[in-house]
Design a protein around this ligand. Structure first.
Ligand code: NAD
Length: 483
């Protein structure tokens, strides 16, 4: 059995810790690798390499840095299928979704190659008589990245391409549940010509995270993961006077109004709720359907969900893969029991389609869900959908706004006034109109609100340029007498 190594200073090195954890293919329960549970000493080595590399890398001309990422981009395109298969193997999502994820990651690299334009400063030739001012951007130093299991390619690519092209160096701690894709990214970065020490990987769990949070030479932290861990990271990182951005949990609400195109809405919401086994921070988790279309919509929707193909993501036509681990499968069952005991009506029970070859749970739909129920409140991160009947858009928005989370929200309608009402009143940072997963492209911020995000500057878009740079403003007086 292969034990992964850490990637430090351009070399694959064994962890200082002897403890390991299993990496499991959730569709087969097979152990596919072991990873070291690295410790503080490993983090210190990686940070030292990154700090030393920073002294050189920060002075490399921006277009030269970007060119390495053009090469990296080309390699990612060439390896798309291979990367997709790695994601499906370690995460369980369908190969189509994995390949789509690889492409979303590639978009981030494309965006980062714009660093020369994105990091240009501003200037004003005359702020007073013979005085001018200019604003220049500089990197901040070593950045630490901590990522979740559900997007092993896309989420790290929200972080290191931009951080590195603008001149920082990077220490990444990938999810211990899905670390294999990161190994491939490190190999391709090396092949693209990235100098040693600029990108480092330390595998492990809590101890690595704490090592990153407490290391004085790590100046900024990008985190994506659950709310509880994000809060901890935001607090401890800020206490240690670092810049922190923490993108956290979600509970996304989708509304279907009477005039919606039912066929299109059904297709989009089936995929949004049950694709990736509901383990998506932009998954539709609560569905509000307007009274006048409720029966027609639900008949077609439930029929479509019954026909979802569940299985190993490498097989053709599979939509619903396994959840990531046995404890997630157990948690999903307990949420189904909770939904029933708290009084929701179960239309489709995922326990009927369980398959023990992997951590599979079939799609579950509850209706008559109310805001006091656990299945309405909690981020379940599972293939469970809660459905509510609403009188109008106002009721749908007011109900959704009671959630502590505010990542994404979607609306299916062609009514322009309802769209405007939704946009102006819903508490969510990423909105979809007539689509199910409104994950913004790389040049827009991934802009969760409320308990879905802690910090000021989000990942991606101009926010990411600001997060990974600091500014120097030069004010200069010139003498006319010298001309
Ligand atoms: P997680 O919070 O369990 O893990 C994320 C990272 O934190 C991992 O690298 C993990 O090793 C580390 N970690 C876990 N427990 C820790 C602890 N006690 N102390 C220190 N570090 C710890 O999240 P996950 O289960 O891997 O991913 C799913 C979560 O990520 C969901 O809540 C989902 O909504 C969220 N997510 C959010 C976004 C977003 O953009 N808002 C995107 C993707 C995923």
């Amino acid at each position: 059995m292969k034990t992964l190594k850490n990637f430090i200073n351009g070399e694959w090195v064994e962890s200082k810790s002897k403890e390991t954890m299993e990496v499991i293919n959730p569709a087969t329960k097979e152990v596919i690798a072991l990873i070291p549970v690295s410790n503080k000493e490993d983090v210190d080595l990686a940070t030292k390499a990154a700090s030393d590399a920073f002294e050189i890398w920060k002075n490399i001309a921006v277009p030269r840095r970007a060119r390495i990422f053009f090469k990296f981009h080309q390699l990612l395109v060439e390896h798309t299928e291979e990367l997709g298969k790695i994601i499906t193997m370690e995460n369980g999502k369908s190969l189509d979704e994995s390949i789509a994820e690889v492409k979303r990651g590639i978009e981030n690299v494309e965006f980062a190659t714009g660093a020369p334009t994105l990091t240009m400063g501003d200037s004003l030739s005359s702020i007073a008589t013979d005085v001018e001012a200019a604003n220049y951007r500089y990197p901040i130093g070593v950045v630490g990245g901590i990522t979740p299991f559900n997007f092993p390619m896309m989420v790290p690519c929200w972080m290191f391409p931009m951080a590195i092209t603008v001149g920082n160096t990077f220490v990444l701690k990938p999810s211990e549940k899905a670390p294999l894709l990161t190994e491939k990214l490190a190999e391709l970065l090396q092949e693209a010509g990235l100098p040693k020490g600029v990108f480092n990987v330390v595998n492990g769990a809590k101890d690595v995270v704490n090592g990153i949070l407490d290391h004085p030479d790590i100046k900024a932290i990008s985190f994506v993961g659950s709310k509880a861990v994000g809060e901890y990271i935001y607090k401890r990182g800020s206490e240690n006077l670092k810049r922190v951005q923490a993108l956290t949990g979600a509970k996304n609400h989708t509304t279907v109004l009477n005039d919606a195109n039912v066929k299109d809405a059904v297709k989009a919401i089936v995929s949004s709720s049950f694709g990736s086994a509901g383990e998506r921070c932009m998954a539709t988790s609560v569905l509000a359907v307007e009274d006048g279309i409720y029966d027609k919509f639900m008949t077609e929707f439930v029929e479509a969900v019954k026909n979802i193909k569940m299985g190993n993501g490498l097989d053709d036509g599979v939509v619903l893969g396994p959840v990531i681990r046995a404890e997630n499968q157990e948690r999903t069952y307990s949420y189904i029991e909770k939904g029933i005991s708290e009084g929701a009506d179960i239309l489709l029970d995922g326990r009927d389609r369980t398959n023990d070859e992997g951590y599979f749970v079939g799609p579950t739909i509850f209706e008559n869900v109310t805001t006091d129920m656990t299945i309405w409140k909690d981020e379940m991160f599972a293939p469970i959908l809660s459905v509510m009947r609403v009188k109008n858009i106002q009721e749908a928005v007011a109900t959704a706004n009671k959630s502590e989370f505010a990542n994404g929200a979607c609306l299916f309608t062609n009514n322009a006034s309802a769209i405007r009402y939704f946009r102006e009143n819903i508490d969510a940072g990423m909105l979809g109109i007539n689509l199910g997963v409104p994950a913004p492209m790389a040049f827009f911020p991934f802009s969760g609100w409320k308990s879905s995000f802690y910090g000021t500057l989000h990942a991606n878009g101009k926010d990411s340029v600001d997060f990974y740079t600091r500014k120097k403003v030069v004010t200069a007086r010139y003498s006319r007498a010298d001309v």
